[in-house]
Design a protein around this ligand. Structure first.
Ligand code: I6G
Length: 670
């Protein structure tokens, strides 16, 4: 084989394996084998520089630093979208679209994409080969970031098609996944370098590097969602077809998208994605609605610099500036001390925020947050608001750095910090420290534990402060009189609490174990412990050897469980709770290590014909399996029912076996 042929074969193989790894998530060769091929091509190109082509994967590692970015004129302007925030904005958009098309009575077909929080980029392919990339800039002129974009492994350097367009401008967003952002900031911390405030800044900072070797070390991704210039091919009929065409050519698109009818379809998707938002691997700040058909898009056209056929429906702002009024410390149920910033009220992410966590002492010092500082506050989904960074330029004179108190502000016990822990703790324990007592009681009553309806923070505060309740067993000694004497407690509400306490007595063993608040025993470990021991007395008497047999229990968790039950106070508490009437259905003891799904992870998708999600999960867990929420290479089976969506598609792409309910039941009874 000639050197030119060898270089072409190696290039094609590396491009194909890169695509399988970075886009499809189904590599067919090992990393070491890939590296071997890469080295062979690098060597060949060194010996024959004339064989180096612009789609060579060896260029992905970055090239010589540039003196500056040159300017690129966009063939078709990269315009921005009008924004809507409220449902009414969406209804008005839909009305304008229908009226603009003289079709006020029909429901329009809309395509919906996520509005990724990244940077808009234009990728130009000439005859199927990646030729240039440019930022959006002012929409008409951007910056040439070709060498940096080339380092993004999921972007094909050559399109996977035998009939590429003569020229294609792919529009989309470069972003950084949340997990890659965390890793990058960890690396920045290790190097003593400045951290990035959020994934968007990290993506922007990584892309605007004159030295593309730095970009190559950052994990950036790309999702395509639009098109600019197209020559030598026919434009697909709809936006959705465009994305499918891109996918067929190896250009990454996001699988979270939809085609819906009418404004109600738009709003339903918006709400479903709002619920899912925190679980997405990347940050989004809203969704984008577009008429699906390109011919209708063209008929509507543009108004000033934005299309009439599309709108971004944004989520309420998630970051805002405010002032730190004070820094106090909170004591959690395990004694963990958390510094909390008291803030001047600020509206962020749809609510008014007055407190934000500062996590721990190190974090306050690292971010150097001080009383009087102007800070950026972030609220993401249901997550507790946090202070992201302070703005030192706006700091008042004579401000003081934060120092953690030596004594617990609640019980006065010493605060200590173990060497290997970032968290400082109050040493008072349940008995001395009312904050720990309240935290433990709140946990016991919480939804995933004994689920005592109405037993909230304010009620527990009163019950503890008035010495009516000390341990969870005291909840079940409460009478109508004691409750009715509390502030803001009418007889009816008191009776509701008593009814909720009664209802909570019928529980499950996993809930009961979780409710005890043993350190390191969360919901999932409680479930594993209940399945393994099937009996509370057996768990209380378990030694380390037995505990280590339980799924996901290691020495630290085992030690924590043993020391909890080594305390006669805790054993007595369990006995008192059971004596007060708390009970659960018996669990049949099974040897999970030999069960059909031992060590396997299953994902449920769609509606199963007869089993509810909870029933299917219980079946799987009782046979040693774990139920996960998303499909990956590590998924053992996907159980699919009617209307299974993107999870089923992903399973098929990754070659994960798919089970029907019938097959699941057959495996369970084998
Ligand atoms: O379909 C889209 C998805 C996401 C977009 C979009 C977007 O921004 C993150 N932005 C524009 C300007 C357009 N479509 C036209």
């Amino acid at each position: 084989m000639s050197s030119a042929d060898a270089a072409r074969v190696l290039r094609d193989a590396l491009n194909l394996h890169g695509y399988r790894y970075h886009t499809l998530d189904t590599p067919t060769i090992s990393d070491a084998e890939y590296d071997q091929l890469f080295l062979q091509l690098q060597k060949l190109e060194e010996q024959h520089p004339e064989l180096k082509t612009s789609d060579s994967p060896t260029l992905r590692v970055g090239g010589a630093p540039l003196p500056e970015f040159s300017q690129v004129q966009h063939g078709v302007p990269m315009l921005s979208l009008n924004n809507g925030f409220a449902d009414d904005d969406v209804l008005a958009f839909d009305r304008r679209v229908r009226e603009g098309l003289d079709d006020a009575s029909s429901e329009m077909e809309y395509a919906i994409d996520l509005k990724f929080d990244g940077l808009a980029i234009n990728l130009r392919y000439i005859n199927g080969v990646f030729a240039q990339a440019a930022t959006r800039g002012d929409g008409y002129t951007g910056e040439d970031v070709t060498e940096n974009i080339r380092t993004i492994r999921s972007i094909p350097l050559r399109l996977h098609t035998d009939h590429p367009p003569a020229m294609l401008d792919v529009r989309g967003e470069v972003l950084m996944f949340k997990s890659d952002f965390e890793k990058l900031n960890q690396r920045q911390r290790d190097l003593g370098a400045k951290e990035f405030a959020n994934p968007r800044n990290a993506a922007a900072g990584s892309l605007r590097q004159l030295d593309s070797k730095i970009t190559a070390q950052r994990s950036l991704r790309f999702f395509a969602y639009g098109i600019g210039t197209l020559e030598g091919a026919t434009l697909p009929a709809t936006h959705r077809d465009l994305l499918s065409w891109y996918q067929s050519m190896g250009i990454p698109t996001c699988e979270e998208n939809a085609v819906v009818l009418g404004a109600q379809g738009l709003l339903a998707f918006y709400r479903s994605i709002q619920e899912k938002r925190a679980q997405l691997a990347y940050e989004i700040d809203g969704v984008v609605y577009k008429l699906n058909r390109f011919d209708l898009q063209e008929r509507l056209g543009f108004v000033s610099r934005a299309p009439r056929f599309a709108i971004a429906h944004k989520f309420p702002a998630e970051e805002a500036f405010t002032t730190v009024l004070d820094i106090e410390v909170q004591v959690g149920r395990t004694g963990a001390i958390t510094p909390v910033a008291r803030l001047a009220p600020v509206f962020v992410g749809g609510v008014t925020v007055t407190n934000a966590t500062l996590h721990n002492e190190e974090e306050v010092q690292r971010k150097d947050v001080r009383v009087g500082d102007t800070v950026i506050v972030r609220r993401a989904g249901d997550v507790i608001p946090e202070v992201l960074a302070s703005v030192p330029e706006k700091r008042p004179e004579h401000s003081q750095a934060f120092v953690l108190p030596a004594q617990c502000p609640i019980c006065g016990s010493p605060i200590v910090k173990l060497e290997d822990e970032a968290i400082a703790r109050c040493t008072g324990g349940w008995i001395k420290c009312a904050a720990q007592r309240k935290g433990g009681l709140f946990h016991f009553a919480s939804r995933k534990a004994l689920n005592i309806d109405g037993m909230g923070e304010q009620l527990i505060d009163q019950l503890v402060d008035k010495n009516v309740v000390t341990t969870a067993a005291d909840f079940y000694k409460l009478g109508l009189m004691a409750l009715a004497e509390l502030d803001r407690m009418a007889e009816k509400s008191a009776q509701n609490i008593l009814d909720a306490l009664e209802t909570s007595k019928s529980t499950s063993l996993p809930r009961f174990i979780y409710a005890l608040g043993i350190r390191h025993v969360g919901e999932s470990t409680a479930k594993d412990l209940a399945l393994y021991f099937a009996d509370m007395e057996a768990l209380m008497a378990a030694n380390e050897e037995q505990l280590l047999q339980v799924n996901d229990v290691g020495p630290v968790v085992a030690q924590s469980i043993m020391s909890f039950f080594a305390d006669p106070f805790n054993v007595e508490l369990v006995h008192q709770l059971i004596a007060s009437g708390i009970h659960w259905p018996a669990i049949e003891k099974v040897d999970l290590s030999a069960a059909v799904f031992a060590g396997k992870t299953l994902v449920l998708t769609g509606t199963l014909p007869s089993l509810s999600r909870e029933q299917a999960s219980a079946l799987i867990e009782r046979r040693g399996g774990k139920v996960a929420g998303s499909v990956s290479k590590k998924t053992s089976y996907v159980v699919a029912g009617e209307d299974a969506g993107s999870k089923l598609v992903k399973a098929t792409e990754l070659g994960v076996p798919v089970l029907t309910e019938e097959a699941l039941l057959a495996m369970c009874s084998a």
